[in-house]
Design a protein around this ligand. Structure first.
Ligand SMILES: NC(=O)c1ccc[n+]([C@@H]2O[C@H](COP(=O)([O-])OP(=O)(O)OC[C@H]3O[C@@H](n4cnc5c(N)ncnc54)[C@H](O)[C@@H]3O)[C@@H](O)[C@H]2O)c1
Length: 409
């Protein structure tokens, strides 16, 4: 089999992880040949992490001249549209990091771009590839809980503080957590429920982060770095993992108490779907390391599924509990998933292999831009619902030229 070469735009934490996953999951078939990243330090650090020194291109125009089999866009959310637009006219397979962008108008433009692009595109909605989610989908489709009536998804994110140490801490940088983080959960909700959201209500507050520190303050220069409980070195210490893979994730150390921080850190939304199902999604970004959960409850007329995606200590065993409605405790079944040392509930390797097959023409996109758009449209509706204090109808947010796609989402 021919060796495949990829280019990465945004060679930070996720770009480097994707590069490494591509190498590992394909037995070294895929190499990162070129990258674009404005940050010298991150480029050097991530070359060390990758164990390879890809050519550093000053611009995307330079990168696109290289003979590449695939291109990954893993820059900060607010750069995605600008980066992608520079790939116009190519047909090279693309892997886009979620979310499509940080701003809803630009998210719509990424969708428009993808509808015109002549090559295949996948979005890194890595949870759809995780075995625990595939098994859940199989159980739901086999009728294990009958018709779905409601869903309740909750995420208490122990590494939530890391979100406020980087570009994610402003609405302009990330789009807010209903778009940046919830896009995974809302996408899985769509995948499982199989319907579109007809209206959304939400409450969002910023309760733990933000303050009056200068916007340019970094933990490494701060006099309070040993006493501040949220300094990047203290959060890393609490996390307690000195593994290179995890250390690399803590490279961003902007102050979580800076003036510009405007992203809510605790939020809940209530969603009604057009098939009568309803659901809630709650996410909190100041959860202790000792209490980190991502729990999905799916209630059907014939039983309940409870997914414990993250149990204490991130990336330990995940579990699905299936309880039939008319059964006794003996009729319950537990499915366990071991994802120690594996990223994203063991979905990371599967995305990498899928992207490899996309590059060789052996697969069609599994996680599409339309799916990502649907999740982000719902996230945008939740963001506006929280700001306005009223129900928002996602379809009404679609610009006229995209209304025709509503039935396809
Ligand atoms: N799929 C997932 O589960 C998942 C997980 C983590 C991050 N992500 C996504 O990956 C993206 C990157 O996140 P991260 O955690 O790696 O952030 P990061 O800050 O570690 O990396 C971003 C990199 O992009 C570089 N950059 C900044 N401006 C750029 C530009 N204009 N062009 C090219 N590069 C630029 C930065 O120097 C940095 O090295 C985000 O969109 C994020 O949402 C996805």
């Amino acid at each position: 089999m021919k060796e495949l070469k990829v280019g990465i735009i945004g060679f930070g934490n996720m770009g480097a992880h994707l590069g490494r996953a591509l190498d590992h999951a394909t037995g070294g078939l895929v190499t990162v040949a070129g990258v674009v990243d404005p940050d010298d330090e991150k480029y050097q650090r991530n070359c060390d992490f990758l164990g390879n020194k890809p050519q550093r291109c000053a611009t995307i125009a330079e990168l696109r001249k290289m003979p590449l089999d695939g291109i990954i866009v893993a820059s900060p959310n607010h750069c995605h549209l600008e980066n992608i637009q520079e790939l116009q006219g190519l047909s090279t397979p693309l892997l886009l990091e979620k979310p499509l962008d940080a701003n809803f108008d630009k998210i719509c433009d990424v969708l428009r771009f993808s509808e015109e692009y002549s090559g295949p595109i996948i979005v890194d909605h890595v949870m759809r590839y995780a075995p625990i989610i595939s098994q859940t989908k199989k159980l739901v489709d086999s009728g294990a809980i009958g018709q779905i009536c409601s869903v309740s998804f909750v995420q208490n994110c122990f590494y939530g503080n890391s979100m406020y140490h980087c570009f994610r801490r402003t609405m302009a940088g990330s789009g807010g957590m209903f778009i940046e983080k919830a896009t995974h959960d809302l996408d899985i909700m769509h995948y499982i429920v199989g319907a579109r959201a007809s209206r959304v209500a939400a409450i969002a507050r910023r309760q733990a982060f933000g303050g009056n520190k200068p916007n340019d303050l970094h933990c490494r220069q701060c006099d309070e770095r040993f006493t501040c409980p949220e300094s990047s070195n203290n959060t890393q210490y609490r996390y307690g993992n000195t593994d290179k893979m995890f250390e690399q994730s803590w490279a961003n150390d902007m102050c979580v108490y800076a003036e510009e921080v405007d992203v809510p850190d605790n939020e809940v939304c209530m969603i009604e779907f057009d098939n009568g199902t309803f659901g809630t999604y709650t996410q909190c970004f100041f959860s202790p390391v000792s209490y980190t959960t991502r729990e999905y409850e799916i209630t059907g007329l014939e039983g309940i599924l409870r997914l414990s995606l993250t149990i204490q200590g991130n990336h330990d065993k995940g579990r699905i509990l299936h309880c039939p409605r008319f059964g006794t405790p003996e009729d319950s079944t537990v499915y366990e998933f071991d994802y120690r040392k594996r990223m994203h509930y063991n979905g990371g390797g599967a995305v990498a292999r899928h992207f490899c097959q996309l590059m060789t023409g052996e697969a069609e996109p599994f996680t599409t831009v339309r799916q990502a758009f649907a999740a982000e449209l719902l996230g945008q509706a939740a963001t506006l619902a929280a700001q306005r204090g009223e129900f928002v109808v996602p379809q009404e947010l679609l610009p006229d030229d995209l209304q025709g796609l509503w039935e396809e989402l």
